[in-house]
Design a protein around this ligand. Structure first.
Ligand code: NAP
Length: 349
């Protein structure tokens, strides 16, 4: 796809140089997506690609052909990456997002969630200066930095949470994401922080998301299975988050007031028990073996009881999307794991 925009051109004629502004067709903008091998990064790459952007995705352990392998905890690697790509937009999805892993391997997680974010934010600004000086055009060139954060920056005691409410993370993961937000805004004041709740989507294995992993519990019909029925969640399809990322990026490039913190979340409130029952019903499977657990489990990393996000800032700016209904979205994600592929027809008709 070709994008139309206003382009500043430098015209050389004997004895003088002049700047002219003209309506021109410019090639697609460039986006760099970190964590492109992950659940959200894959959806973000697809969303931007489908809308005419030139996409460079980076991964680490799962990096494959067509994706760049880059260890974001290596500062020089980040510098080289940005020099090579010179992106218009950076969507920073890479993170260690499993709270119990973060609790056990804190140093490695902080290196990725905080220090790599800090380096990327600094380099995004440098990259922007590079563009500005070389292109003489701040409006059209420059890396807009979009950092993906989490509802776990809140303690969950007083929902719903607006963008200006005070964060108070309960676990190390939440603290690391909050630190990442602060590093982002410190080095790159024009950046956007997008907080999202628990995600699901097209998965390579059902264990890739806390939502799709419930599929295993649903299928264990011969054994009773207890599931949390305390913590209120708002399971959100990664494709919807990806669409919001694109809308934010496109708007922010034209409107510098699009900066700071935004929230996006689906609207259906469910515990894990309720999600599992909904999955069972969606696939017409029994659910009597699923037992609601109404006491908070003892886990390494405590989780907020209800960190519902108020998303009105995005909505008022017309930057939101209508979240997909949970049942149809979850069928969409889980049908490849059913022995009976007729679910595919159910979804796409
Ligand atoms: P994910 O599926 O676990 O993917 C993590 C990504 O980070 C992978 O692409 C991984 O690459 C990459 N990565 C790991 N170590 C790296 C390193 N040293 N250098 C470079 N890349 C590295 O995560 P996700 O679920 O897509 O999460 C995306 C964002 O959303 C994160 O910022 C997360 O905090 C936030 N978020 C997620 C959820 C959720 O429920 N998933 C909820 C709220 C917020 P390889 O796999 O190739 O190693």
């Amino acid at each position: 796809m070709i994008r139309t925009g206003t382009e500043l051109r430098i015209m050389f004629s004997p004895g003088r140089v002049r700047l002219v502004q003209e309506e021109a067709v410019v090639p697609g903008l460039r986006v760099l997506v970190t964590g492109a091998t992950g659940l959200l990064g894959r959806a973000v790459c697809r969303e931007f690609q489908n809308n005419g952007w030139l996409v460079t995705g980076t991964g680490y352990r799962r990096a494959r052909p067509r994706l760049l392998r880059c260890d974001l905890t290596d500062e020089d690697a980040i510098k080289g990456l940005l020099q090579e790509c010179q992106p218009d937009v950076i969507v920073h999805c890479a993170a260690e997002r499993r709270p119990d892993v973060v609790e056990r391997h804190t140093e490695a997680a902080v290196n990725l969630n905080v220090h790599a974010t800090s380096t990327l934010a600094k380099e995004a600004v440098l990259d922007r200066h590079h563009h500005i000086t070389t292109c003489l055009c701040a409006a059209l060139c420059g890396s807009f930095f979009l950092y993906i954060s989490s509802d776990y920056v809140f303690d969950g005691r007083n929902p719903p949470y607006g963008e200006d409410d005070s964060p108070n993370p309960l676990n190390v993961y939440g603290r690391s994401k909050l630190e990442g937000e602060r590093e982002t805004m410190r080095h790159c004041p024009g950046a956007v922080v997008l907080r999202v709740p628990v995600l699901f989507g097209e998965v390579e294995s059902v264990m890739e998301s806390a939502v799709t992993s419930l599929w295993l519990k649903v299928q264990e019909v011969t054994e009773s299975c207890t599931l949390d029925h305390c913590q209120q969640r708002f399971p959100t399809d990664a494709r919807d988050v990806a669409a919001v990322c694109r809308k934010l990026s496109e708007r922010a490039r034209q409107d510098p007031s699009i900066r700071g913190i935004f929230h996006f979340s689906a609207k259906e409130q469910m515990t894990k028990y309720e999600m599992a029952v909904a999955i069972a019903q969606a696939f017409k499977l029994p659910s009597n073996h699923l037992i609601p657990l109404t006491e908070q489990p003892a886990v390494a990393a405590p989780r907020p009881i209800n960190s519902q996000l108020n998303c009105s800032r995005l909505e008022l700016l017309n930057l939101s999307v209508e979240p997909r209904p949970f049942t149809s979205a979850v069928i969409d994600c889980l049908w490849p794991f059913t022995p009976d592929k007729r679910w595919r027809q159910t979804v796409f008709h």
